[in-house]
Ligand binder design. Structure first.
Ligand code: GLP
Length: 244
């Protein structure tokens, strides 16, 4: 779906999420959301916060699982996705703290493998993700599933692509400060979601979105695996659609 502005698109996506939360509330069910970081979803979170404050939208029945985290990374670092999510969403809504799941950048290397397996098991215990929000990196990564990721991969640690580290460098004040590794939900984890919405804004995403939407399905562009998902919408703005 191509919107004339990312603002209008973000509000539409926020409303879909809010409607899902409310429909689950009406049935007394939890709503399991897979959440993303990066600049793309910020406006969606802003609208959800507005709906909470002005319209009484409650997140008390929401359980969230974030896609990824740098590794290693302290929770309270301004670079952590833990910090990002609290700044942009969790600090401003009524989601119970125990319902928030973000991969931990402080797990020891010895515990990491089991930690990742347990992350996926916990998602399954809740019956899977009802809704997964995604952005896309210039390498075609979703979460931090870099080129080469297997279509059936689970949550795991991954070595970041050079391009991904270059893109993150400004916010880390130099590439040398960007962690070389991350923990990411797998492609298999994401693809089990009942509904997926991928956001893409701006001309610098146009080329990777063309490959993602029109290209051959390949591990070289992990986001192409979404073409096989039965309920995925790519929500993009005009600038991002230029090469389609
Ligand atoms: C990071 C995140 C991704 C995100 C991507 C794009 O690599 N791990 O989940 O989609 O950045 O970020 P942005 O939305 O800022 O373009």
């Amino acid at each position: 779906v191509i919107f004339s502005s990312s603002d209008e698109a973000s509000i539409c996506v926020a409303h879909e999420i809010a409607d899902l939360i409310k429909s689950k509330q009406a049935k007394n069910e939890v709503c399991v959301l897979g959440l993303a970081t990066g600049s793309s979803p910020i406006r969606v979170y802003e609208e959800l916060v507005r709906m909470h404050k002005e319209e009484g939208l409650s997140f008390s029945n929401v359980v969230s699982f974030n896609l990824d985290e740098y590794y290693p990374m302290e929770k309270n670092s301004i670079h952590s996705y833990h910090y990002f999510m609290h700044e942009h969403l969790f600090n401003h809504i009524d989601i119970p703290a125990e319902n928030v799941n973000i991969p931990s950048g402080t797990v020891s290397t010895e515990e990491l493998h089991q930690y990742c397996i347990d992350y996926d098991l916990k998602i399954n215990d809740y019956g899977g993700l009802d809704f997964q929000l995604l952005g896309i990196g210039r390498t075609g990564h979703i979460g931090f599933n870099e080129p080469g990721s297997h279509y059936n991969s689970g949550t795991r640690s991954i070595t970041l692509d050079h391009i991904t580290r270059v893109d993150a460098a400004p916010s880390f004040l130099g590439i040398d400060n960007v962690p070389k590794k991350a923990i990411t939900m797998g492609i298999g984890t994401v693809k089990k979601a009942k509904r997926i919405v991928l956001l893409g804004w701006g001309a610098n995403k146009a080329s990777i979105l063309k490959e993602t939407i029109e290209g051959e399905i390949s591990s070289e562009v992990p986001a192409t695996y979404l073409q096989e998902h039965h309920n995925t919408t790519f929500v993009i703005n005009k600038e991002a659609s230029e090469e389609l």
